[in-house]
Design a binder for this molecule. Structure first.
Ligand SMILES: [Zn+2]
Length: 408
């Protein structure tokens, strides 16, 4: 049972001091936050996760019989599936359908490692494995992951290929869906740093969606079930990360995989891992996603009334009010302007460089920078010149009069 609540701290996030214990059969178990710290997969970190990074972990999984090769990608890379549990409720999850969206892959592997370890929460894990059959593709698009692209090797967005099934990866997912006939699907993605909670300045650190099942966005039985799961998740996550959970746009597109599965009557939840302040490597988001999995599968007892659809619609819808950096009160060639800067993620070796580009110029008062710098009316130079161009790559920003650099 919960004996207290825990609070989100702006500096330490939900890593702050824990103030509750979970009691089970008269023994005090280690709380789930400490368990995470002891069990998460340390061999994965940062944003660049390709098959090479996953390989040693997949070998461990293969050795314990939970990994199978599902097929091959367009380039001929293996696409794997992990299976755990033997229960009647079947869940199908897939991550990195978009190759450059690796945060949910890290969290999914953390969750699998939590299920595999033999030290903590054994009774709960045993119950989970008896109740669920958990089937997960950790990396559906290994070619895109290698190249750090959203699309696959052929430049196709696999999340627009649900109908046509032109790509090998799309066919693999589709055939697994048909073979498994899951009761619940989890479509795991990352979202950009621009997303905010509604019109607020809060970044959408996680967003969820129960995708539409038809153009009229009717609330079908499957859709309602996914909505209720999301509302339940939101109740829990609001305690860990208040004002960080959003709801993704629900316009219907039959070419999107989630919409397609939902339209066929399988409840489907879209997960979108996003930004939290200072966390460009998305390690905090990864941890929050792990806690979302444990909450979804009832490892954490619910302390609230059963959620309703109203709770789902009360989750603020994503808007695009955030930018990576905003320079305020800058003068450019004598004119007062705000300048928004976005980082482009560029693959460099096996790491991602965050390269700043000019995103927007003008009165940007409705927008909020994850970092805001007040230039206090100084004339500034970008790349040593007075004019600023949208989409220009930024090497330097300096104060014109003093030549002092502005570090973003
Ligand atoms: Zn995506």
């Amino acid at each position: 049972m919960f004996t207290a609540v825990f609070k989100y701290d702006a500096k330490t996030g939900y890593n702050g001091k824990l103030t509750y214990v979970y009691l089970c059969q008269h023994t005090i178990q280690m709380d789930i936050f400490s368990v995470y710290k002891s069990t998460f997969e340390t061999r994965l970190s940062g944003r660049y996760i390709s098959l090479k990074q996953l390989q040693p972990i997949l070998i461990d999984f293969q050795n314990t019989g939970i990994l199978e090769k599902l097929g091959t990608s367009e380039k001929g890379n293996p696409v794997y599936v992990i299976r755990m549990g033997s229960g009647p409720k079947k869940v199908l999850a897939w991550s990195q359908m978009h190759g450059n969206e690796s945060t949910t892959t890290k969290a999914l592997i953390d969750f699998i490692q939590f299920l595999r370890q033999k030290r903590f929460w054994q009774a709960e894990i045993k119950s989970f494995l008896q109740e669920y059959t958990f089937v997960a593709i950790p990396m559906l698009n290994p070619d895109g992951a290698e190249l750090y692209t959203r699309e696959n090797l052929n430049g196709v967005d696999l999340n627009r290929d649900a109908k046509q099934l032109t790509q090998k990866e799309s066919k693999l997912l589709r055939s697994l869906f048909q073979q498994e006939k899951p009761d619940l699907c989890l479509n795991l993605h990352d979202q950009r740093t621009i997303y905010s909670l509604g019109g607020s300045n809060y970044p959408a650190t996680l967003s969820f969606l129960s995708p539409a099942a038809n153009v009229d966005r009717d609330i079908t039985t499957a859709r309602a079930r996914a909505m209720l799961d999301i509302a339940r998740l939101n109740n829990y996550l609001q305690v860990l990360a208040p004002n960080r959970i959003g709801r993704y746009d629900d316009s219907y597109n039959e070419n999107c995989v989630g919409d397609s599965f939902q339209s066929e009557g399988t409840p489907t939840i879209l997960f979108e891992g996003g930004h939290s302040p200072g966390d460009y490597q998305r390690e905090k988001t990864r941890e929050l996603l792990f806690h979302a999995f444990t909450a979804l599968f009832d490892f954490i007892p619910s302390t609230k009334e059963p959620p309703s659809l109203i709770d789902y619609f009360a989750i603020p819808e994503n808007e695009k009010n955030c930018r990576d950096v905003i320079l305020r009160n800058a003068y450019i060639a004598g004119q007062k302007q705000d300048i928004a800067i976005q980082y482009k993620e560029i693959l460099s070796g096996e790491a991602i460089d965050f390269v700043p580009y000019v995103d927007d110029i003008g009165d940007l008062s409705p927008l909020k920078g994850h970092k805001e710098i007040d230039v206090k009316g100084e004339d500034i130079l970008i790349n040593s010149h007075e004019n600023v161009f949208v989409d220009e790559k930024i090497a330097t920003i300096s104060i014109k009069s003093t030549k002092k650099s502005i570090i973003i």
